[in-house]
Ligand binder design. Sequence first.
Ligand SMILES: N[C@@H](CCC(=O)N[C@@H](CS)C(=O)NCC(=O)O)C(=O)O
Length: 218
Amino acid sequence: MRVTEPTPDPASIPTLVGRSSSHFTRVARLFAAELGVACAFEVVPDLRSVDAADYAGNPALRMPILRTGATTWLGSLNICRELARRAPAPRRVVWPEHLTEALTANAQELVVQAMATEVTLIMGQLAGTPKEDAQLVKLQKSLLNMLAWLDDNIEAVRAALPPERDVSYLEACAFCLVTHLEFRKLLPTSGYRALSAFCDDFGQRASAQATAYRFDAP
Ligand SMILES: N[C@@H](CCC(=O)N[C@@H](CS)C(=O)NCC(=O)O)C(=O)O
């Protein structure tokens, strides 16, 4: 009698809901690739939507979201953790709570804050907020300050991470942040020499190359 391979149950494959142009979504996609977890991908069609159903039920009206059967995981860090639990083989992941020195912990804080600030700036641009708006000007200054800090410190930060790691949430976020600034033409990043060198290095990974930013079809 011929034995056939069991067809994978589609419900057992998690679905990542986001956009291929989103840096928080890319962090999750990058982790899925690093951890060897297959995911389906569902595009959030329009970020102007105020219907939580368009964000897989996320009341914050944000992406990414991971759907695993009847469960949803909100936000990139939660998603990356769930992907790690589903990884077919254990991987050495450095999570934010492992960063117990001020240098690395502050780098994590600033990378994620810079990502959030970039989101606000882009959404402000899309909404037509005037360039001289005081809050916008402050956010731009804040982003530049954070990038300068990260550029000054990224080498020391990386040197302080456990050398035997497979992947760190901090580096994944930093890579997705800096490459996204270029992708969205928010500001040129080549002047940030240390960050650019870091991106050149991290960008060699298959996970980085498989998750390049692009705009999803409308
Ligand atoms: N804390 C969330 C932040 C997610 C987030 O801000 N995502 C952006 C896209 S990269 C978003 O959904 N923006 C929609 C909006 O600001 O309206 C996470 O870590 O995933």
